[in-house]
Unconditional design. Structure first.
Length: 151
């Protein structure tokens, strides 16, 4: 089972605490599939909305395929996510809690299928981001010191 990453949402790891991850399929049309396989996709400002027992990705940009002419769709259109009913109901229950949202983390190719990793997340406050940056910096400094001792 070969997995090849197409696009990652690095901003999500900076802006949110990731609580739980899910794997979802995406409902795409032919030219969108070709664009995704080329890597012409952006997850930066996208999010997942759950309505009427269905999950949708909103704000994901898939660039139009150059050779697609009349078959190209709107790059920012709302696309349906393919999840099991049990997962959707779990997300719906968790989203009623205050401060929780569902964000996309990554789009990848799993064999011949295009999959998306989505996560239940809680927004970070400014001081949380500062703590994370300070912790990352301290870790980097420790690794640098240990590396100099080993040499």
């Amino acid at each position: 089972m070969a997995i090849k990453s197409v696009a990652k949402n690095k901003k999500a790891w900076h802006e949110y605490f990731i609580l739980e991850e899910f794997e979802a399929g995406i409902e795409l049309v032919g030219t969108e599939v070709k664009s995704v396989r080329k890597g012409a996709v952006n997850l930066k400002d996208s999010y997942v909305d759950v309505k009427n027992g269905e999950a949708f990705i909103i704000g994901m940009h898939i660039s139009p395929y150059e050779n697609g002419n009349i078959f190209n769709r709107d790059p920012l259109r709302i696309r349906k996510l393919l999840l099991h009913k049990k997962e959707i109901f779990k997300l719906m229950g968790k989203l009623t809690e205050e401060g929780l949202t569902v964000v996309p983390l990554e789009i990848y190719l799993k064999d011949k299928w295009i999959k998306m990793k989505i996560a239940l997340a809680k927004g970070k406050k400014l001081y949380d981001k500062r703590d994370a940056a300070a912790e990352k910096s301290a870790k980097r400094n420790m690794e640098r010191v240990l590396k100099s001792f080993n040499n």
